[in-house]
Design a protein around this ligand. Structure first.
Ligand SMILES: Cc1cc2nc3c(=O)[nH]c(=O)nc-3n(C[C@H](O)[C@H](O)[C@H](O)COP(=O)(O)O)c2cc1C
Length: 228
């Protein structure tokens, strides 16, 4: 299956039922579709993944970090998953130093875990960041008006909110300075691993893409079952 056709497969085929009839390609397609569906539903389980990165610069040695983020965009054909961050946040410095990350999704109801690993590109102050910013509602833009660098140790609590407007959301003009603090983090899947717990027997599968292949299209992913 060519990666370029993954979006069509995702949209057109019904989700493969888990169990003995499940196929690797069917599970992969259903996983991408669930990710896309999560964008439209703020209550979707896969809307709040955990983003794990590595601080390679810690004096004590490489230190793992993980935090909850909101899934903001999915492109199954390009295999990219996007989240947003304040450009001044620790995770952005970590990802600039070591641009590899893992997004972990949990569907508690269906007991499915999805892990997507790969390189991460940071977009800030550029056209791509501008497009994402333009689509953001005022309620999301507001966070980027935080006057001070997030993550600093404090003696007293500070919500790090702008002085104005205090008691309402900023309008488009008022929120515009926030763009300077806005970043898009785009993870390109190099590996996707899916695990479903079931009392009749757990299921686990993996997809790997080889981006070292010549040209833009690395071809079909290598798919395999994995012992749970
Ligand atoms: C429900 C929820 C959603 C969050 N969404 C985001 C997000 O989309 N982007 C983000 O940078 N931080 C988000 N956060 C805050 C992060 O979990 C984290 O505390 C913050 O980004 C600082 O992390 P860092 O110091 O590792 O950069 C969210 C937190 C919660 C509880």
């Amino acid at each position: 299956m060519a990666v370029a056709t993954l979006r069509d497969v995702t949209r057109d085929r019904p989700a493969s039922p888990p169990g003995p009839d499940a196929t690797l390609a069917g599970i992969l397609s259903a996983a991408w579709r669930s990710l896309e569906d999560a964008l439209a539903d703020r209550h979707a389980e896969w809307r709040w993944p955990v983003l794990a990165s590595l601080d390679a610069r810690d004096p004590a040695g490489p230190l793992p970090h993980a935090r909850v983020v909101v899934l903001r965009a999915v492109d199954a054909a390009r295999r990219t998953l996007e989240v947003h961050s304040d450009v001044r946040a620790a995770k952005v410095a970590q990802l600039r130093a070591l641009p590899q990350a893992c997004l972990v999704f949990l569907d508690r109801r269906r007991e499915i875990q999805l892990r997507v690993l790969g390189p991460v590109a940071v977009y800030a102050g550029c056209e791509r960041a501008r497009r994402a910013w333009a689509a953001l509602p005022a309620s999301s833009r507001r966070g980027y008006l935080a006057p001070r660098v997030p993550g600093e140790a404090l003696g007293t609590p500070d919500p790090n909110l702008p002085a104005a407007p205090r008691d309402r959301l900023p309008d488009e003009r008022e929120s515009e300075p926030g763009f300077a603090n806005f970043a898009v983090l785009a993870l390109r899947a190099r590996r996707l691993e899916w695990l479903r717990l079931d009392r009749h027997g757990h299921e686990r599968m993996r997809a790997d893409w080889d981006d070292t292949a010549e040209g833009d299209d690395p071809g079909a992913p290598r798919l395999c079952w994995v012992r749970p």
